[in-house]
Design a protein around this ligand. Sequence first.
Ligand code: SF4
Length: 499
Amino acid sequence: MKLPGAWWEEDHPREACGIVGLWSADRPAALLAMMALCALQHRGQESAGIATSDGLVAYLHKGMGLVSQVFHEGILRSLRGHLAIGHTRYSTTGASHLQNAQPFLSETLYGPLGIAHNGNLVNALPLRRRLLERGVGLSSGSDSELILQILASPPEAWGSLAPPLEPEGDPWIPRLRSLLCLSPGAYALVILTREAIYAVRDPYGFRPLCLGEWEGGYVVASESCALSMVGARYVREIAPGEIVRLDPRGVTSFAGGVQPSPAFCVFEYVYFMRPDSQREGGTVYSVRLALGRQLAREAPAEADLVIGVPDSATAHAIGYSLESGIPFIEGLLKNRYVGRTFIQPDDRTRQWGIRLKYSPLREVLQGRRVVLVDDSIVRGHTTRQLVQLLREGGASEVHLRIASPPIRHPCFMGIDMATYEELIAHRLDEEGIRRFTGADSLAFLSLEGMHRAIRETMPSPEGGYCAACFSGRYPAPLPEEVRGHPSPKFIFGRIRSAQ
Ligand code: SF4
């Protein structure tokens, strides 16, 4: 089921969750997890949850809403233990109900098992069918429950290609390897057991997951901004296809048993990640500045002011301004207090949607030629309204500059973007989009320019990138039946074992 979404929400791809997992010797794990989730709130605002373990018993609390609405002191006190995983959700599969909120927690042969994940299992449907055929019931539409049930079964039940049980007898490593063999993407996972936290990134590494440490513990999280929140320092990324275990003995890394093929999602840099997060030796903010600079080199404009669509395109706009020498100024103000709602608009109210969120600053705009920088265009409706808003605010010319290439293809790797038909750049060429938006001129960053800006900013690259929504080149072949009928299922075949 697809969510209706709030009708004034920005026309952007939607992220699919923030995750954290930690072991703490010196402070309550639930409190630290809650703080980390606050830093990851931008990755999902529908629900939040934390599961903990004190080495004997596991505890769980989750609810609908923001992290600050779901947790209070009494609840945090009841979540006892030194191990915790946490989750903030934006749903791409499964409806927005408490039933689908994460983490999922279940009893298994080896004690409690909790799961929280970011992404989608691209082959969830056949995996669900196989579970149901084996008589395993499922109570939600969430891929987390599916993962939990896969991990709860012995690997042999899936005809696993994974190597046998670890010599030291850890029952979870072969199960996690089995999962990596069964589903190649697109997920980052944190797992709670009675005695340890596990973290896993799929063999393509589509979604981010990094490791941090402090004197009294270890933490894994979707983004490094969550590490600093708990007083941890950034150590490294979890590698594509890697399994990591955190426990009182420290951090142990295990090969996932599949051939990694790194394809990190470039949209994480363009839009999803928080600007102060770091990876590959640089910060997301520096990438966005570089994208804006490259855009100014490729698509200069005769104008008086540069304005970014707040807040996601602010850094791109500053980069454009620095390179072009055209002053950057705030020309659009954002109302940060418009929450989500599920009221469906009629034609009249739809026109007012964007006005609830943005206001033009007439004093700044009056009679000025404006470069409006945005990070991306998906359907184009928001962009058109923003151009109109700037004109009503007095701008004499509006030159649209987009700090990423045209999005012509849907995402099949867990990002809720749009179908082929909904993507404006799939239907219209650049001039057609310009006419639709009403801008005086329009230019997108080139694919080569985007890759160059990322390469030049990141001193220690992890490997390849996925830019399939721009280029149409998916990291693995797309079966014929999927082309033209976008669905996030059945994309990749079973991945080859590296053993
Ligand atoms: S298709 Fe686009 S949004 Fe999806 S993983 Fe690739 S780069 Fe990211």
